[in-house]
Design a protein around this ligand. Structure first.
Ligand code: SF4
Length: 336
């Protein structure tokens, strides 16, 4: 049994309760050239133990969504609308102590650049031991034993050697496995992964993704994974959200999103990835909109081949299509 599985308890009373809920989340960043609106009404639910992926182009709001969950705003940034709830309680109302505890022991984060995410001055052992003691049990002996075991779970053949190393002595793939170990050491109920395999070669990417999925699942934790790469997301996520211009424009079970998406952007993304034909990925014609504007109408309409008159006149309707499949588009379900 992987170490740390005792840290998360999901019983029949809590398994159906929403772990994390974002509704209508808006973020505004005040810059010297004016306000920027990277999130314009994000809706997203994550349930205990499930894996959710968010896909979108650069600038679609994926990373800012993760930041809003942790209330980690960039300079000049603020959550200006909507609600972020953890087990039904507002994250926006947490005081400093509650926020610190929430960020470590409830929700942990794996960052995009694995080597720079680690402290260059501390050995792998010191970093895992400190994370474990800060969030789980304040005993050096237990923490050191845990550090060895969690590295074994992450397929390090000789954990004692790795524990003595410093970040600059690790390859990118090794450093990302250490980051996963650090996130697991906190015993969280939810792990946020921000493009965790960017920059790794394909074989290492697959290995890291499979390990991440397996170890998170073995601990009954939930995973919210973001990436621009639909292939990577579909490898680990049971439910997939498609992000565009600061909104989740379609969300649903992996099979539906991959085989029969309803939103024109989701369809274009799928076609460009050429997942079925295996050809080289293409780009979607047109440009991602500037987030200096607030969109009352569909932000994809300048790139959409299905655009209708109503798209230029009416705000986006929300269609709930069952099985948590949700769509923001005037086309509605069932179109060709
Ligand atoms: Fe296209 Fe209209 Fe749907 Fe926007 S709302 S994606 S313009 S069909």
């Amino acid at each position: 049994m992987p170490v740390g599985t005792e840290g998360v308890s999901i019983n029949s009373d809590t398994a159906n309760e929403t772990l994390l809920s974002l509704s209508g989340v808006e973020v505004t960043i005040n810059t010297i050239s004016g306000p920027v609106h990277p999130l314009q009404g994000v809706d997203l639910d994550v349930f205990p133990g499930e894996t959710v992926g968010l896909v979108g182009e650069s600038g679609s709001g994926k990373s800012m969504t993760l930041r809003s969950i942790l209330r980690l705003m960039p300079p000049g940034g603020a959550i200006t609308g909507g609600a972020v709830k953890w087990l039904g309680n507002s994250v926006l109302n947490l005081d400093a102590d509650e926020l610190q505890s929430y960020r470590g022991s409830q929700v942990a984060m794996i960052y995009q650049n694995p080597v720079s995410a680690l402290d260059p001055m501390l050995s792998v052992e010191r970093q895992i031991v400190d994370a474990f003691k800060a969030n789980r049990e304040n005993s050096d002996g237990v923490a050191e034993e845990y550090a060895r075991d969690v590295l074994r779970d992450l397929e390090f053949g000789n954990p004692d050697v790795i524990l003595k190393r410093y970040p600059h002595q690790l390859s990118g793939g090794m450093a990302q496995r250490v980051n996963i170990a650090l996130a697991l050491a906190c015993g969280p109920s939810l792990i946020l992964a921000d493009e965790p395999t960017t920059g790794l070669d394909m074989t290492t990417q697959i290995r890291v993704l499979d390990l991440l999925e397996r170890q998170v699942s073995a601990r009954n934790a939930a995973l919210l994974f973001i990436s621009h790469d639909l292939r990577a997301v579909s490898r680990v996520a049971r439910n997939i959200g498609i992000m565009y211009a600061g909104q989740v424009v379609e969300f649903g079970p992996r099979e539906r999103i991959l085989t029969n998406p309803s939103h024109p952007y989701a369809r274009a993304l799928l076609e460009c990835m050429n997942l079925r034909t295996g050809e080289r990925p293409r780009s979607i014609p047109g440009l991602v909109p500037q987030m200096t504007e607030e969109y009352n109408l569909c932000a994809f309409r300048n790139r959409c081949s299905s655009r209708m008159a109503v798209c230029d006149e009416q705000p986006l309707p929300v269609h709930n299509l069952g099985e948590r499949h949700r769509l923001l588009c005037h086309l509605g379900p069932g179109h060709d």
